[in-house]
Structure formats: C-alpha cells, structure tokens
Design a binder for this molecule. Structure first.
Ligand SMILES: Cc1ncc(COP(=O)(O)O)c(C=O)c1O
Length: 419
C-alpha cells in the first residue's frame, strides 16, 4: 500500500470556482480575493484580513508593519519551520532562538524570559515575539502575553497550522480563536495545510492601521485599493508611498480558498477523528509517546507527531523512517530545530545543547499522515507497520543484549575496568 504524507481535499466546488474564475477574465487579485478575505476575517473573528501568496509573506508584512529595523531582536522558537526566523533576517534583525516545552513542542516562556533578559543585558532591543502554534495547538498564550506586557513586545502569531484552533485561559473562561490577543496573526494555505489554496496565506488583525500598512506593502507600496485601478470604480492614477513587495494572492487561488474555508469545520472534524483513531490504535504501544491535547485547547490537528522512546528501541528515528518508507508510508519530521541548521550555527554560533529540549525531541519525532481523506484501512496499515517495526527493533535489541551479556562470571563493567 502507498500512503502519501499528505493529500489535499479538493472537490467539485473548488474546481467549478476555478473554472469560473478562468472564464471571468479576472485572474489576479480581484473580487474573489476580496470575498475570501472577508470570509476568512469572519471565520477567525478578526476585523481585517489581508490575503497574500504565502504565510511567509504574511509574516514579513507583519514585521514590516510594526516597524522592525536592522538593530532589533525578535523572539522566535527554535522548533519551527524556516520561515518564522528567515523573515526576521529579511530586515537584518536578529532572531533570538528559544527552546520549546516537551508537552506540546511550543515555545517555552520561562526560557524566553531568560533569553530576553540576557539580550537586554547585552544592549539589544527586543521588539517582538513570534509564537508558533506547533501542529495547530495554541501554546502558552497567557505566558506570552505576560512577557509581551513586561518587556513591551509586539506579538505576531505564526498560526500557519491553525485553521481553526481555539484556546481559553481556564475551564470557565470563554473560548478564543487563535489570533485573538496578538497584533497580527498569520496563516498558511500551502498545499499540505489544514485549508489550502496551493500557495497562499493571510495576515489578520483588529488594528486598522496595521491592516492598511500590510495591504499597501503587499502590492508594491501602492496607495490604497491598487487592485481596483483596472475596474470601473478605479482610476489609472496611483502613488507609490513606500518600496513594497509583490505578495498579492490571485483570484485563481482564492477560488480554491473560498470553498476550502466553507468546509474548514468539516475537514477539522475529520482530522480530529483520525487523531482519535491513531490514539485508540497506538495508546498501548510503550515504545511511542503520542501527541496529547492540552487542557483548554481545541487542536487543529495539522500534524500528528509521535515520539519514539529510543531507550526501548534498537533502531534510531532515521531507520524507523526508512522502514516506514519501505512499507510505502509517507512520514516526515517537524522539524530539525533552527539552531541545528548550518545557517544559524554558523551565523550565531549555536550548538545543539544550547536549546536542549528541542535538540533531544528532534531525534525522536516522526509526523504520521493526517488528513481528512485517509481511510481506516490506511490508518490500520500505518499502525500495523509501526507495530512490526517496533517488534523487529525489539528483537534486535534482545539479540544485542544477549551478545553483550558477560560470559565470564563477575566480569567488570567497562566503566570499572582497570586502566
Ligand atoms: C510554522 C510555519 N510557519 C510558516 C510557514 C510558511 O508557510 P508558507 O509556505 O505558506 O509560506 C510554515 C510552512 O510550512 C510553517 O510550518
């Protein structure tokens, strides 16, 4: 059986809408993108949504809108995708990498606090914090808010995995949608995300000034409503008020997004159903640690990362991945932490042990396929594969142990060997 790591759920309404757009003669940003922005803003409960061609673009525009400069520092979790820190580097600013917490792989607020204090002591200006909600589960937002208030930081949420995700402060508190308490929240519609437009993203905010700035900068820094200049309502005249970027989303992409958004709740329910199914099938396997929903969180279930208990297995994560691949099972790793990549190692001198939790989790993680169109037969096959790989790894371990069993009675362990 071949099971891809991800497969988007594209149905007739998306196809019909794209065809309609192609026939309309309006391919670039236009009425469908405006509609997608309005629908998305309503869905996440924000007043403004700016559609762009990636979440990376949204993050870039967000940092531009808060006025990030080359001498600034931004708190970024090490356990994230390239985009979260690279956008900081676009400004020549410094990403201050922070460790994660073990329970949900999200930003460790206590570590952030220590690192902010050290950065301030070095004379750095710490301007913003960029929490990532790993796999679609909102992290410690109360902690992030406290940090932001205390150190006067803008909060830009990397909500790339979070359509939808909710959280509340305690059991009797009201639910909040991700993004409710930050300056700007950024979403991804990349092909494997919870809703997709192929490539695409959205920057959401309740602040009209930030929205206006992001809108202008998303299209060459051209004054308001640039896209309307080719319509009956528009005028040929425009002014460039800043050196902007070319980040606008096309109506072709928005045609897909409109229908993906309409079924976002159904897609979410299906993913949550498969997460529950994995849990039932794998919960007794002592060699793996399954992802857990934290109290007061509604998880979007973009990812299903299991952790291997390497102390109980004779094979490592990479070999485990290889054996899944041999069985036709697509799996991935999210992520090698940023501080272990050559760019960040060389630029800032990081060593793996500088962020020890992220470094140790990295060697244990495997993301299993998780998407609405999985079938029970596929998930059964994946779980069966995991059982078989573990059984084989345990046999190897037993054999290895019998090989090192001392044959000479009372042999000294190596550590006590006389020198
Ligand atoms: C946490 C995170 N942030 C940002 C991005 C960038 O998203 P995009 O590909 O839409 O630019 C990704 C993409 O996978 C991501 O996982």
């Amino acid at each position: 059986m071949q099971i891809p790591f991800f497969r988007p759920n594209i149905e007739q309404p998306e196809i019909d809408e794209v065809v309609d757009t192609l026939r309309s003669g309006w391919l670039t940003t236009g009425p469908k993108t405006k509609q997608f922005e309005a629908d998305f803003a309503a869905y996440v409960g924000q007043t403004h949504a700016v559609a762009v061609n990636s979440c990376t673009a949204a993050l870039h525009l967000a940092l531009e809108a808060i006025g990030l400069g080359p001498d600034d520092t931004v708190v970024v979790p090490a356990m994230t995708f390239a985009a979260t820190a690279e956008v900081v580097r676009y400004f020549g600013a410094k990403p201050l990498l922070v460790d994660c917490r073990e329970r949900d792989f999200n930003l460790n607020v206590a570590d952030a606090e220590q690192k902010i204090k050290a950065a301030l002591a070095r004379g750095e200006t710490v301007k913003a914090i960029l929490p990532v909600h790993y796999g679609g589960q909102v992290g410690d937002m109360a902690g992030v808010l406290q940090l932001a208030r205390r150190f006067n930081l803008h909060i830009i949420e990397d909500a790339a995995h979070c359509c939808p995700a909710f959280y509340r402060d305690h059991e009797s508190a009201p639910w909040k949608s991700v993004g409710a308490e930050s300056a700007i929240s950024c979403y991804s519609f990349y092909a494997n995300k919870t809703i997709t437009t192929g490539e695409g993203g959205m920057a959401c905010t309740n602040n009209p000034k930030l929205a206006e700035r992001m809108r202008i900068m998303s299209l060459h820094g051209i004054s308001k409503d640039a896209w309307k200049r080719f319509t009956a309502e528009g005028s040929w005249y425009y002014e460039i008020i800043a050196s902007g970027f070319k980040y606008n989303l096309t109506d072709i992409a928005s045609s897909i997004g409109l229908h993906q958004l309409r079924k976002a709740d159904r897609l979410h329910k299906q993913r949550a159903g498969w997460a529950e199914y994995y849990f039932r099938k794998l919960r007794h396997v002592e060699e793996v640690i399954l992802p857990a929903v934290q109290p007061n969180r509604v998880h979007s279930w973009h990812l299903y990362p299991i952790r291997l208990r390497l102390d109980r297995l004779a094979i490592g994560r990479n070999q485990f991945m290889e054996e899944l691949k041999q069985r036709g099972i697509g799996a991935s790793v999210h992520w090698m932490p940023l501080h272990m990549h050559p760019y960040y190692r060389e630029k800032y001198g990081y060593r793996p042990e500088d962020l020890p939790i992220a470094a140790s989790l990295y060697g244990q993680m495997i993301s299993l396929p998780l998407y609405p169109d999985l079938t029970a037969a596929q998930v059964d096959y994946i779980c069966q594969g995991i059982h078989e790989i573990i059984a084989r790894a345990q046999n190897l371990r037993c054999k290895a142990q019998s090989l090192v069993t001392p044959v000479v009675p009372h042999a000294r362990p190596l550590s006590q060997a006389p020198v």
